[in-house]
Each structure stands twice: as structure tokens, then as C-alpha cells.
Ligand binder design. Structure first.
Ligand code: LLP
Length: 429
């Protein structure tokens, strides 16, 4: 949604640019959308916290009884510090990973976290670490969908999960290690279309029905995340009713075949938070290149945010709506021209207006002027979460807009001390 220009300008005065502005109302609306379908069907939702691990967001999830899907030891620790409980009964925090890195195993053991393994060798890792609790197994069912190949998490080219035909061997390994498989899980990707989600989940539910006969201790099936957000058209979001029907039919199908108590889980990330945050940046200059034998010239709006902040356009060619604050882009009388929006990094690929084929895919925008604010919308999922310190740039501050209009700063701009704090000169050998 568009925030009032006066609000954005006054916040920019206070914290500088760029900054991230979360909108509690929008995130709570998305939470309510999912709550509606989980309440009626008894489906348990988790938040795939990799999409946005801010403590403030994790607390919203806790307040709504949304459990956590974490992917690293530190994500588990973040969730615990935000107030999510430890333990297997029920397994509120689940750690989904194909590799136990850093503190992942100790964190699982110390806090009674349910490990959701995606590689058979992890059974030996768990055993060696002294783990003896329940485990979940992530399945690669052989099909999936994604907005780009890198986000398709099912099929022969995906590194995620254990191939369907190898599951029984994995079960034998678990039996031998004395580890009980209580959950079967699959996340088949983050595609843009509801119909793909529908077809994939329906197929997935059918696979799980068959597996339930052999996996007699399984009491939970997780269908993963992947509820799409429409970045291009806010009026055309996933319709809630078909979404509701989809999960209801998966649930009924699984529960009726299981002939035992079975919990169905889903774990959206993007859907909860994508529209709930805007990246606000400042135009620093507008300049041209001219056409020559190498190609056509372009108009560049230089801004102070780059792919260190929001990497999705540079990494996947993802679309984020762009507005020049105060220059009403819905007004057909405002003249527009093709503009390339480019950031401050020492890389030609530091461009927000590109698509998967083209480095430059200029957007039709009202001509900005130096000093104007520019917003990149729908930046709440995989936005700040994927930001980096490349070029030694500190992460931009995150601000939280409450229902009542008050604004809180939830993480400050990183400074040089933050960037240097892990550097050391201890002698090792
Ligand atoms: N569960 C698992 C095991 C996952 O790997 C993911 C996402 C999700 C749930 C949540 O998927 P969602 O509902 O957010 O689509 N960085 C990419 C997305 C990578 C998704 C990775 N896994 C992007 O910016 O689009």
C-alpha cells in the first residue's frame, strides 16, 4: 500500500535513507487470512521465518499461535528469544535443513527442537550428537514449482529433501538408529500461480496418503509453504476461498485415509509478510547514457538503496512496484518515461528495474528529481532477511508502523563498529 508522502518524508528526516517501513496492519491482515483457514480445518500454520526473522514479526506470530519453521541454529535461537517455546510436545519450533551447520545440532539437542532432515546422512549426525527424539523427514516428491528455477524445490534438479524412492532406506536407517519418524514434510517451491500450488499440493497429498501406510508412527504431515503473493497486481491476490477449499480437501483426504490422529501443517513465509514492508530510498541524481553501436541509451534514476538492501530484482529479476513519492503514478495525466532505477554499489547489476532476461528493463515512471523519495513495495519477504554488508554498507534501519499511526524503530542503521565486530586477531597456529 502507499503511505502518505508526509509520513515518509518525516521518517526520512529522522532516520535518513534508505529505510524499511513495516506496516503492522497489513501483516495482521495476512495472519488473519491464514487463521481463517487454519481455524476452520484445524490445520496448524508455521511461519517460514527465513522470509523475515525480525523479533517484532516473530512476536506477532507467537501472539497468533503460529509455530515456527527455522532453517539454522541461529534462527531457532531468534525464535526462542522472541518467546516461542522449546520442546517436542508440541513441536512449536521445527528446524528444516539439509545440512547441520555451526550450532544447529547443539541447539536442537539443548532445546528439544524437532529436526526436519533433508539428507539421509543427517540421521548419523543426529545419532552421533546423542539425539534420541522424534524426527521429521523432508521428501523431494519429484515435482515442484518456483517463480524462478532457483525457487523450485521439488524435482531432479533440486538439492532439497530425500527422493521418494529413497525414503524406505532412510526409514530403515532411522529405525536402526532408534529415531522415530513422526512427521513427513515437503515444500515444493515458491511459485507465483495459485493453480500450480493447487495442482502440486493435491498431488503431494496423494503421495502422502500412500506413504502413511508404511510410516506408521507419523502423526504430522506438512505441505510446506509457497502461498503466492501477487507483486504485480494488488487487486489480484490469491483468492481466499479456493485456498481454503484446497487445504480443506488435502486435510480431509489425509485424515480419512490415515485412520489415526493426524495433524496437517502448512508453513507460508512470503504470504504473511511480503506486502507488509516498503523499502524507502532517495533519488540522488538523474542522468543519461546515449545510444551508440553497443545499444540504446537510458535514463537512470540513481537511488541510495541497492541490492545490499533488496537483492530480489538483481538475483531473480523479481518485480517490485516502484513509486516516486508524491508524484501520483495512478494519475493518467502525469507524464511518464522509461526510467532505470539504479543503486549505489560498484556493480552494473545493481539495478531494481530489470527482469530475468534483461539487465535493464526500464519502468514507465514520472520523471523523478534529485531529492525525491522513491519506494519499492512488497519488500517484507526475503527483503531485509537477504540484505548484506557488501561494499561495507551497513544494513538500513527497520521501522514499524502501528495501527494507531505510531512508528517505532526496531533495528537501527548498522555502523562501522557493527561491521567490524567479528574481526579479530587471535593466533591459531
Ligand atoms: N518451507 C520451506 C522448507 C522453505 O524452504 C520455504 C522457502 C518456505 C517454507 C516458504 O516459502 P514461501 O511461502 O515464502 O514461498 N528468496 C526467494 C525465496 C526462497 C524460498 C526458500 N524457501 C525469494 O525471494 O523469492
Amino acid at each position: 500500500m502507499n503511505h502518505p508522502p508526509a509520513l515518509l518524508r518525516s521518517l526520512a528526516e529522522k532516520v535518513g535513507t534508505p529505510f524499511w517501513l513495516y506496516d503492522a496492519r497489513v501483516i495482521r491482515q495476512r495472519i488473519a487470512d491464514i487463521q481463517f483457514l487454519t481455524d476452520t480445518e484445524g490445520v496448524q500454520a508455521r511461519f517460514a521465518m527465513k522470509a523475515c526473522p525480525a523479533t517484532k514479526v516473530l512476536k506477532e506470530m507467537k501472539a497468533a499461535n503460529i509455530w515456527i519453521d527455522a532453517v539454522s541454529g541461529n534462527e531457532v535461537l531468534r525464535a526462542l528469544r522472541a518467546g516461542h517455546p522449546t520442546g517436542h510436545q508440541p513441536p512449536v519450533i521445527c528446524l528444516t535443513c539439509d545440512v547441520f551447520r555451526d550450532n544447529a545440532l547443539p541447539v536442537v539437542l539443548e532445546n528439544g527442537i524437532l529436526p526436519n532432515i533433508g539428507s539421509p546422512g543427517q540421521i548419523a549426525d543426529l545419532k552421533k550428537a546423542g539425539y534420541s527424539g522424534p524426527i521429521s523427514v523432508r521428501v523431494n516428491p519429484g515435482f515442484g514449482h518456483g517463480h524462478v528455477n532457483a525457487c523450485d524445490t521439488g524435482g531432479p534438479s533440486s538439492k532439497h529433501g530425500i527422493w521418494l524412492e529413497d525414503l524406505f532406506a532412510t526409514k530403515e536407517m532411522a529405525d536402526k538408529a532408534g529415531l522415530e519418524i513422526t512427521m513427513l514434510h515437503a515444500h515444493i517451491g515458491s511459485g507465483p500461480q495459485f493453480q500450480e500450488l493447487h495442482d502440486n499440493l493435491t498431488r503431494l497429498a496423494a503421495e502422502f496418503v500412500t506413504l502413511l501406510e508404511k510410516f506408521t508412527k507419523v502423526n504430522t504431515i506438512s505441505l510446506g509453504g509457497g502461498i503466492p503473493h501477487n507483486y504485480r497486481d494488488h487487486g489480484a491476490q490469491v483468492p481466499i476461498e479456493p485456498l481454503h477449499e484446497l487445504f480443506a480437501s488435502c486435510h480431509q483426504r489425509l485424515v480419512s485415509k490415515a485412520r489415526r490422529d493426524l495433524r496437517l501443517e502448512i508453513e507460508p513465509g512470503r504470504y504473511y509478510v511480503a506486502p507488509g514492508c516498503t523499502l524507502v530510498t532517495r533519488v540522488t541524481d538523474v542522468k543519461q547514457t546515449r545510444s551508440n553501436e553497443k545499444g540504446s541509451g537510458a535514463t537512470f534514476a540513481m537511488v541510495d538503496a541497492g541490492f545490499v538492501d533488496l537483492v530480489r530484482p538483481a538475483m531473480y529479476g523479481s518485480y517490485h512496484a516502484i513509486d516516486i513519492v508524491g508524484k501520483d503514478d495512478e494519475d493518467p495525466n502525469v507524464p511518464r518515461e522509461p526510467i532505470v532505477v539504479a543503486g549505489p554499489l560498484c556493480e552494473s547489476g545493481d539495478i531494481f528495474t530489470r527482469d530475468d532476461r534483461e539487465l535493464l528493463a526500464p519502468r514507465l515512471l514520472p520523471r523523478p528529481a534529485a531529492g525525491d523519495l522513491l519506494t519499492l513495495r512488497d519488500a517484507g519477504a526475503y527483503g531485509y532477511a537477504m540484505s548484506s554488508n557488501y561494499n561495507s554498507i551497513g544494513r538500513a534501519p527497520q521501522l514499524w508502523l502501528e495501527d494507531d499511526g505510531s512508528v517505532e524503530i526496531i533495528s537501527r542503521r548498522e555502523n562501522i563498529d557493527d561491521l567490524l565486530k567479528a574481526e579479530t586477531s587471535e593466533r591459531l597456529a
